[in-house]
Design a protein around this ligand. Structure first.
Ligand SMILES: [Zn+2]
Length: 438
């Protein structure tokens, strides 16, 4: 798209948002007023003349979101997602920083691959790309990668996500080396010998669907093992996409006891329960699986109560050919970048009563602490100060034609959602009302 084609708001050099609720989770402040976004930084309004004016009376403005668990499938064949489609999807969801998982094709286990992926994101003008590199070569679980060189190349975290690292001695060595780098080991908690052959939550969901079940104890047993390894040898550990309340309890207990451990949950695990499988079939198949209604509610309550460090989408696009299948044969995973904020806000805000700043913190400062990143606050000098304009009352439905992902595998398709990103500023206009500047 050339500059000439851009609508006024996207071609503008500055924006003036009038009368918005300004929620700065980085500075820990909240106020109501005008905000002026320009190349030199973001300042209280009115700023200079000539800015593109936006009525902010229904809007919240807050720092760009950080999604710490995203699969953009790059490098890869590009059928499920491309870097362009994935990053557009992120911007449309208000996500201006993200951490890409390494279970790609080929896996991100070499410094060159990490460097080249980060360079590609920068060349597309995306401001906040981060990489989690493989823990083991080829994600085969047998030999650690060159962790120090990968860190040098820009890797922020290390994981074999999609698989746990089950070898205790490798795990302990990785914890020690990653700890020395002041980086974080991110474990996908699962015990393969327990979950083998499972597709959905063990119990009623598995029985009614006639497929194998994945019990909570698969996740809990691995969380317990990992916590013991940290207790024995130190190192920073993050347990990702926890689905069982007991797992969160264990991590919170260990953290309270002084261990350097953290965890995240996904919007779908706090919003949906395993009855969803009956409604949308494989569109609700993911690993770990959706749990029971009672577990879902407890997980959401614990997240709202501050026992969880971050909410992350686990955006996992798959083409229709991998998802529109009987449950047992379909791939695990759902897309989530665009629904990350509305779904999280629905559950933690409207259902659990958490303040907007608390919800947004779980999508900004919380994950930033885990990854050791410093996010800029909403107001101040410096052009690279991503901000999101969000209409919390906007009701809409995410439709097949309306999503920016190349894939359509989400149980939130065709469901009413409340709250929509209206604009994204990344030191320049990036997104406004469904259109992109890049
Ligand atoms: Zn995973």
């Amino acid at each position: 798209m050339t500059g000439r084609d851009l609508p006024a708001g996207l071609a503008a050099g500055s924006w003036l948002v009038r009368g918005a609720r300004l929620i700065d989770t980085v500075a820990g402040s909240e106020l109501h007023g005008d905000i002026y976004l320009c190349r030199e930084g973001v300042f209280p309004g009115p700023g200079e003349e000539g800015a593109f004016e936006i009525d902010g009376s229904d809007l919240w403005v807050f720092p760009g979101l950080l999604d710490m668990h995203v699969h953009l499938r790059v490098p890869g064949p590009g059928r499920a997602e491309t870097l362009e489609s994935g990053l557009r999807c992120a911007l449309a969801g208000g996500v201006t920083s993200l951490c890409m998982m390494p279970n790609t094709d080929p896996p991100l286990d070499s410094p060159d691959l990490v460097r080249s992926l980060l360079e590609s994101c920068a060349s597309l003008g995306y401001p906040g790309a981060n990489v989690a590199a493989c823990l083991t070569r080829g994600r085969r679980g047998a030999e650690l990668t060159d962790l120090e060189e990968l860190h040098q190349a820009g890797a922020r975290a290390f994981t074999d996500d999609g698989d746990p690292l089950e070898d205790d001695s490798l795990f302990a060595e990785a914890l020690e080396r990653i700890g020395a780098l002041d980086a974080v080991l991110m474990e996908h908690p699962e015990v393969r010998s327990i979950s083998a052959g499972g597709c959905v939550n063990e119990g009623r969901a598995a029985r009614l669907s006639g497929v194998g079940g994945i019990p909570c104890r698969s996740e809990i047993a691995d969380v317990q093992r990992c916590l013991e390894l940290v207790r024995a040898g130190g190192g920073r550990l993050h347990l990702t996409h926890l689905s069982c309340p007991e797992s969160v309890e264990m991590v919170a207990g260990a953290r309270a006891g002084g261990l350097p451990v953290s965890c995240d949950v996904t919007p779908h695990h706090i919003a949906l329960d395993d009855s969803e499988i009956r409604r949308v079939g494989a569109m609700a198949k993911m690993n770990p699986p959706l749990r029971t209604a009672e577990q879902r509610e407890r997980l959401a309550r614990m997240t709202a109560a501050g026992l969880v460090d971050a909410v992350a989408s686990d955006h996992a696009p798959h083409p229709d050919s991998s998802k529109r299948k009987p449950i047992a044969e379909a791939s695990f995973g759902i897309t989530g970048l665009e629904t990350l904020l509305p779904v999280t806000l629905e559950v933690l805000g409207r259902e659990m009563g958490l303040a907007a700043s608390g919800v947004i913190s779980l999508l900004t400062t919380g994950p930033a602490r885990v990854l050791g990143l410093t996010l800029p606050g909403l107001l101040g000098d410096g052009g690279s100060r991503p901000a999101v304009l969000f209409d919390p009352g906007a009701g809409y439905t995410l439709e097949r034609v309306g999503t920016f992902s190349r894939s359509r595998n989400t149980p939130f398709l065709d469901r009413p959602l409340t709250g929509r990103v209206k604009g994204v500023w990344i030191g320049r206009p990036a997104y406004l009302g469904g259109m992109f500047a890049t």
